[in-house]
Design a protein around this ligand. Structure first.
Ligand code: FAD
Length: 510
C-alpha cells in the first residue's frame, strides 16, 4: 500500500492537506447517520440499502443528477442466471481473474466480490423490475483460454437497448420513494474527524455557502474515479493520458475527490499504479480480430486478444491508432470465429442470452463507422491503401505477408491460432480506424472486505468507507472482463456491503 505523504511523492498538489474551513462561515448544518458522497451506482446502492437496514443516509452529489453509463452489470450466479440454467464455477473464475490480473490483486476482495455480489444483484433485480426495466443476460464472451470470460453480464433494457443509466435511475427512484434526501450540485470537499480521530462528517459547497454535515456512523466515499484530474493521472495512472479520449460522464466530476479526501484523512491507496478500464472504441466500435496495421502499415500484435489486450497494444502505436482490415466476407467469418474468440468489440455486446447469434451487429457497426467517416471502403486493396492514413508500401507488404500466413495456416510473426487465419481476399475491403478511449481508472483507496478504508498498516480509518471506482485492490495492471460488466458489479456490491457494515456498527453501538 502507498501512503499519501511518501517523501518522493510529496510533489503532487493533492497531497497537501487543506485547512479546515472557518466554522463561522458555515451557512448550514445537516445531520444524518451516514453521509454518502456521490450518487452513482455505488453511492445509490449504499444509500438505499442503508435506509432499508434502518440507518438514515444523506446523499450529496456534485453534478446536477445521479450518474450512470454503459450497459453491462457483471456478477456470477445471480438468481437470473439460475433461471437461465447457468452456473459459474467460482474457483475457476477466481483462478482466471488472478491470472488475467498478473497476480497483482487482493484475493480476499476478489472472493468477497465473487461470493457476495449474487446477493447484491438479487437485491437490485426487483428494484429495477419495479421501475419498469426488464433484466436479462448478455451473451458476449471470449469462450476459451487464454482470455476466457464467463457468463454473468446482466443488462436492464426498458425497450430493447442496454443503457446503464437506467439502473442508477431505478435506484434513485427507489431512494426517493423511501424518503432519502439527495442533494445535487453539492460537492463534498473535506472530511471532519472528531477528537478521537474518527471520521464523523464532512464539509460541502452548497448554493448558499459552506455546509457542515454531521454523520453519526461515518462517511461513504463513492465519488468515482480519478480520470478527470490530470495531475492525479500523472501521479497514479500515466497511461490514462495516452488514450485518445475520455468517455466519462458527467464530464469534470470524476476528479478523484474521494481519493483525495481519503488521503487527507490518513487512508492509503491500494496500488502504486492504478489499473485502467480502456476500450478500443474511439473512432469506431468494431474491431474484430483479422489484421491490424499502424500508421506505418505495420502489423504489431496477435489480434486474437480480449478487449483490454487489444486496447493496450493499440494505445502504444504511433499516434495511438490503427486500422482493422476487413474483407468482403468478414461478417460470415466473424460469426464462424465465435467458437474460438469473442467478447466486446468482436461479438455482439447486446445479444440476449438464448437468442440466435446473429451477425447483424457486425454489419451495423461497420456501416456506422463508414457513415461517420471512421472507415474507408474500396474494391481493391491498392485503392483502400490510398484512402487510409498509412504508409502505402508498408501496408501492401504487410497485407501480402498476412495472407501468406493465412494460406499456410501458420502465423510465424505473432502466433495467431490457425482457426482465426481467415484470408483477406474477397472485396470490397474496409479499413476501420480504431483508437483507445479511457472509460475509468479503476484503482484507489485501500479497503477491507467490509469496505472500511485502510491506512498504510491496513488498519481501518475509523468512520470512513469507500466503494466503487474510489477503491482499489480488485484489478492488476488493467481492468479485466472475466465477467463482463464487473465494474458495475463491484460498485453495486461494495455499496451493498458498506451499508451492512455501517448498520452493524450502529446496532453494535446501541
Ligand atoms: C462510457 C462508459 C461506459 C461504461 N460501461 C460500463 C459497463 O458497461 N459495465 C461496467 O461494469 N462498467 C462500465 N463503465 C464503468 C462504470 O460506469 C463505473 O465503473 C461505475 O459506474 C462506477 O460507479 P461509482 O458509483 O463508483 O462511480 P460513478 O458512477 O462515477 O459515480 C460517482 C459520482 O460521484 C460524484 N462525485 C464526484 N465527486 C464528488 C464530490 N466531491 N461530492 C459529491 N459527489 C461527487 C460524481 O458526480 C458521480 O455522480 C463505463 C464507464 C464509461 C465512462
Amino acid at each position: 500500500m502507498y501512503e499519501a505523504a511518501e517523501k518522493d511523492k510529496a510533489k503532487w498538489s493533492f497531497q497537501i492537506v487543506p485547512d479546515a474551513p472557518d466554522e463561522s462561515k458555515v451557512a448550514e448544518t445537516l445531520e444524518c447517520e451516514a453521509l454518502v458522497v456521490g450518487a452513482g451506482l455505488g453511492g445509490l446502492s449504499a444509500a438505499c440499502r442503508l435506509k432499508e437496514l434502518g440507518v438514515t443516509p444523506l446523499v450529496l452529489e456534485k453534478s446536477g443528477s445521479y450518474s450512470g453509463r454503459g450497459g453491462h452489470f457483471g456478477v456470477p450466479n445471480s438468481s437470473l442466471m439460475v433461471e437461465y440454467g447457468l452456473k459459474n464455477d467460482l474457483e475457476e473464475v477466481a483462478r482466471q481473474w488472478i491470472v488475467m490480473s498478473g497476480n497483482d490483486i487482493d484475493q480476499e476482495l476478489l472472493w468477497t466480490f465473487l461470493k457476495r455480489s449474487k446477493e447484491a444483484m438479487d437485491w437490485l433485480l426487483p428494484i429495477t423490475v419495479a421501475d419498469g426495466l426488464a433484466p436479462r443476460l448478455v451473451d458476449c464472451i471470449y469462450p476459451i483460454a487464454p482470455y476466457r470470460e464467463f457468463y454473468g453480464a446482466h443488462s436492464f433494457p426498458p425497450k430493447g437497448n442496454i443503457r446503464g443509466s437506467y439502473v442508477p435511475k431505478a435506484l434513485y427512484n427507489y431512494a426517493q420513494k423511501m424518503g432519502i434526501e439527495c442533494r445535487f450540485k453539492t460537492p463534498v470537499t473535506q472530511l471532519i474527524k472528531d477528537a478521537s480521530g474518527r471520521v464523523c462528517g464532512a464539509y460541502a459547497k452548497g448554493e448558499n455557502g459552506i455546509i457542515r454535515i454531521d454523520a453519526k456512523y461515518g462517511v461513504v466515499l463513492a465519488t468515482g474515479d480519478i480520470g478527470g484530474d490530470e495531475e492525479m493521472c500523472r501521479a497514479y495512472a500515466p497511461d490514462a493520458l495516452r488514450t485518445l479520449a475520455s468517455q466519462y460522464i458527467p464530464v469534470g466530476c470524476n476528479t478523484g475527490d474521494g481519493h483525495k479526501m481519503a488521503l487527507w484523512a490518513g487512508a492509503a491507496m491500494a496500488e502504486e499504479v492504478f489499473p485502467l478500464m480502456m476500450h478500443p472504441q474511439h473512432y469506431a466500435w468494431c474491431n474484430y480480430f483479422f489484421l491490424f496495421v499502424n500508421k506505418y502499415g505495420k502489423r504489431f500484435m496477435n489480434e486474437d486478444s480480449y478487449v483490454q489486450g487489444r486496447a493496450t497494444s493499440i494505445m502504444r502505436q504511433p499516434d495511438g491508432y490503427c486500422y482493422s482490415i476487413l474483407a468482403g466476407d468478414y461478417a460470415e467469418n466473424v460469426q464462424d470465429s465465435l467458437k474460438y474468440g469473442g467478447g466486446i468489440f468482436w461479438g455482439n455486446a447486446g445479444l440476449r442470452y438464448g437468442d440466435p447469434k446473429t451477425i447483424e451487429s457486425s454489419y451495423v457497426s461497420v456501416e456506422r463507422a463508414l457513415n461517420e467517416g471512421h472507415a474507408v471502403k474500396a474494391d481493391t486493396i491498392e485503392e483502400l491503401a490510398d484512402k487510409m492514413e498509412v504508409d502505402k508500401e508498408g501496408f501492401l507488404k504487410t497485407f501480402a505477408q498476412y495472407n501468406e500466413f493465412c494460406k499456410e495456416g501458420r502465423d510465424t510473426q505473432f502466433g495467431k491460432r490457425k482457426e482465426l487465419l481467415y484470408p483477406l481476399e474477397k472485396g470490397p475491403f474496409i479499413a476501420v480506424k480504431i483508437g483507445t478511449a479511457l472509460l475509468e481508472v479503476v484503482g484507489g483507496v485501500s479497503i477491507d472486505c467490509s469496505m472500511r478504508a485502510l491506512d498504510k498498516n491496513r488498519q481501518p480509518v475509523a468512520g470512513l468507507f469507500a466503494v466503487g471506482d474510489t477503491t482499489g485492490g480488485l484489478y492488476g495492471h488493467e481492468y479485466v472482463t472475466t465477467i463482463l460488466g464487473n465494474s458495475h458489479g463491484r460498485a453495486l456490491t461494495w455499496g451493498y456491503i458498506a451499508a451492512e457494515t455501517i448498520a452493524a456498527d450502529k446496532n453494535g453501538a446501541k
